[in-house]
Design a protein around this ligand. Structure first.
Ligand code: MLT
Ligand code: MN
Ligand code: ZN
Length: 304
């Protein structure tokens, strides 16, 4: 299985257009040791020819252009067979609207995420002709085959499990559902190798533990280092947990848990621009690496 990180930052990216925090100002001026990052998305393939994306970021166009394996092979074509979305947040769904150029593709989502997306009038741009986008249901707990454009099985299966999270901010009035936010496991049906993907996790749960079991690679929510990161900056009155993100650092942080997960590759992704572990020479980065965990960057590749 081939994996390519198309984008590794949380919503807003790094730097974020309206942010002058230490990290964002520093990466713009070059005064810190850090690399800009686009918003979170992963590309996964069994054979290097047909690809599935996890989440569709607003920067999807640029992300496709920087990865030749996703370029068209004929005058109208895409190697992207489908897109699996983990929740209805704009940083995960806005990119779908950017793929409106008369191309057929499949989107795998829970019924809840699909219905939330369909409330938006712009969603109609993906129904310009019959069969433009095929929505395929992710039923929590039931493994689903990822299909090639031909309709044949790709050899990759996806399992979605509900994990602690929340409805997207713009749909907060819909109340909460188990299907708002899922973690994924994509597995090669033949070899059994698997990648677990949990880019939004509010805290530990049985689903979180279950999805990483037997995974060869785990991508995990690295949004905030500490609970009060945005509060101390004066950027928000919300704690990490209020935004459904389990902080990395501290005694109850995710690093203490992820460091003990027995997967060959453990990688933080969806990293907010304020997170000190974005700086290559920070104490926080050293702590992460000492625990055997990596911090994702755009263009990072794994082969399982
Ligand atoms: C999140 O990850 O919490 C969301 O992307 C926040 C947002 O939609 O602004
Ligand atoms: Mn996000
Ligand atoms: Zn910032």
């Amino acid at each position: 299985m081939k994996i390519r990180v198309l984008g590794s930052a949380a919503g807003g990216g790094f730097p974020q257009w309206n942010c002058g925090c230490f990290n964002c100002a520093g990466v713009r001026s070059g005064s810190i040791a850090a690399t800009p990052r686009t918003q979170e998305s992963l590309a996964v393939s069994r054979d290097g020819r047909a690809w599935f994306l996890i989440n569709a970021s607003p920067e999807i166009r640029q992300q496709i252009e920087t990865f030749p394996a996703l370029h068209p092979r004929s005058s109208r074509d895409t190697p992207i067979a489908g897109i699996v979305v983990t929740n209805g947040d704009l940083d995960h769904c806005l990119g779908l609207l950017c793929l409106r150029e008369w191309q057929r593709f499949s989107v795998y989502a829970t019924a809840r995420v699909r219905d939330g997306f369909a409330r938006n009038v712009f969603a109609r741009t993906l129904s310009r002709f019959d069969g433009q986008v095929t929505w395929r249901a992710l039923e929590p707990g039931r493994e689903t085959k990822l299909l090639l454009a031909s309709g044949e099985p790709s050899g990759l299966d996806v399992l979605a499990l509900p994990v602690p999270g929340k409805a997207p901010l713009h749909l907060a009035d819909m109340g909460a559902s188990d299907e708002d936010n899922v973690a994924l496991r994509i597995r090669d049906a033949e070899s059994g190798v698997a990648v677990a993907y949990l880019s939004g996790v509010a805290g530990p749960s049985d689903g979180v533990a279950q999805i990483v079991r037997d995974a060869d690679a785990v991508f995990f929510d690295g949004t905030f280092w500490s609970s009060d990161e945005l509060i101390r900056l004066g950027a928000s009155d919300k704690r990490a947990e209020d935004m459904a993100h389990w902080p990395v650092g501290g005694s109850g942080g995710s690093l203490a848990w992820l460091g003990a997960v027995r997967a060959r590759h453990r990688v933080y992704i969806h990293i907010n621009n304020t997170n000190p572990m974005l700086r290559d020479d920070s104490d926080e980065r050293a702590l992460v690496e000492r625990a055997g965990v990596a911090v994702a960057f755009d263009g990072m590749e794994l082969s399982l």
